[in-house]
Structure formats: C-alpha cells, structure tokens
Design a protein around this ligand. Sequence first.
Ligand SMILES: Cc1cc2nc3c(=O)[nH]c(=O)nc-3n(C[C@H](O)[C@H](O)[C@H](O)COP(=O)(O)O)c2cc1C
Length: 185
Amino acid sequence: MDILTEIENRRALRAIAPEPLGEDQIERLLRAATLAPSCFNYQPWRLVAVTGDRLPALREALTEGNKWATRAPLIVVLATKPSLDCRSDQGRDYATFDLGLAAMSLMLQATKEGLRAHPIAGYNPVKAAKAVGLPEDYTAFNLIIVGKPGDESLLAEWQLEREHGARQRKALSEVAFRDSWDRPW
Ligand SMILES: Cc1cc2nc3c(=O)[nH]c(=O)nc-3n(C[C@H](O)[C@H](O)[C@H](O)COP(=O)(O)O)c2cc1C
C-alpha cells in the first residue's frame, strides 16, 4: 500500500501567488486543524487566520530569509500556552505537541485542495503576537504561510534549489528502532 497521497505531496514550497482564497476554503483549513487529537481533548490550539488589516504588520515580523512569504494572501498564526493542555512529568507539556498535530491537519487539507501551506519559525514572535493582538501569556509558536502556487521571483538561489530538488529525509535506520533503542530499524 502507498503512503497517503497528501502526505507524499505536501512540501514546504515557497512560490506562492497573492491571489486571495475563498472564505469557505479558509474555514475548511481551520476546521481541519481543530479535528486533530489533543490530550484530554483540551484543544489548546488558537488559530488567527490573517488576510486583512493585520497582514502588513505580520509581514513585518518575518525574517529576511522568509521574504518569499510576504506574497501569501493568508498567514495562520498558531498560538498556545502551556496551561491550555496537559502538563505531565519530565517536561511533558502537551500544548505545543497538540498545536503541531493541528498544524499538520491544516497542511494536509491545504495540500488536498492544491494549496501550498508552509510552516515557519523564522519571524519575531513578539512582533507577530502584537500584530494579531495575542494576550500577553500566549506564544505565536508557528506561522503557516498559505496560498495557491505562484511564481518564484522572491526566492533566493538556495530556495530555488530546494523548490525543485528531491525531498531530503534521514534513513529510517537513523530515526526508527525495532523493540529497543539499540536495534535500529
Ligand atoms: C517548525 C518549523 C519551522 C520552519 N521554519 C521555516 C522557516 O522559517 N522558513 C522556511 O522557509 N521554512 C521553514 N520550515 C520548513 C522546513 O524547512 C521544511 O519543512 C523542511 O525542509 C522539510 O521539507 P518538506 O516540508 O518539503 O518535506 C519550517 C518547518 C517547521 C516544521
């Protein structure tokens, strides 16, 4: 059996068109995110879908290397705080874990709809939080840059190489094990 098509097809691509997305489509992406599992069903994700007046300030928060993202018609700010989710021993704070699950759900739905949905950490989190009015105790943990496929004019040389290159992954033997840590896959 093959890997699911959306999992195979999802790529963190950067050539994105400025064309606006439909309201229904944006809502579907948000709903997909909220269908993710979470510890005790606490649903710690808070998702700010930015398409309007806050977009310029949010774009200002992006790092130089993420200039390509300024074209996107939609940026989803994924925010949370530890107290919204399970907090267990050994540093097992599940808020960001569950936020990641929601992010993947959103990205797979976007992929299914022919969109690009690219998660980024390269931004000033304080500026990003301010841009969308997050309460003080929330962190803007990730931004997902979303849009239809577009042209490549904002991409740096190395980004163009990635855009067209094969996907890079560690071998299963480096990251997976059979029964015990001392038995690599
Ligand atoms: C938490 C996180 C932060 C990332 N930050 C950035 C970023 O700031 N800029 C960027 O261009 N890509 C960023 N990426 C995308 C990764 O570089 C990309 O997912 C990785 O190279 C694997 O490629 P693939 O998603 O196409 O398989 C980020 C991805 C994740 C999950």
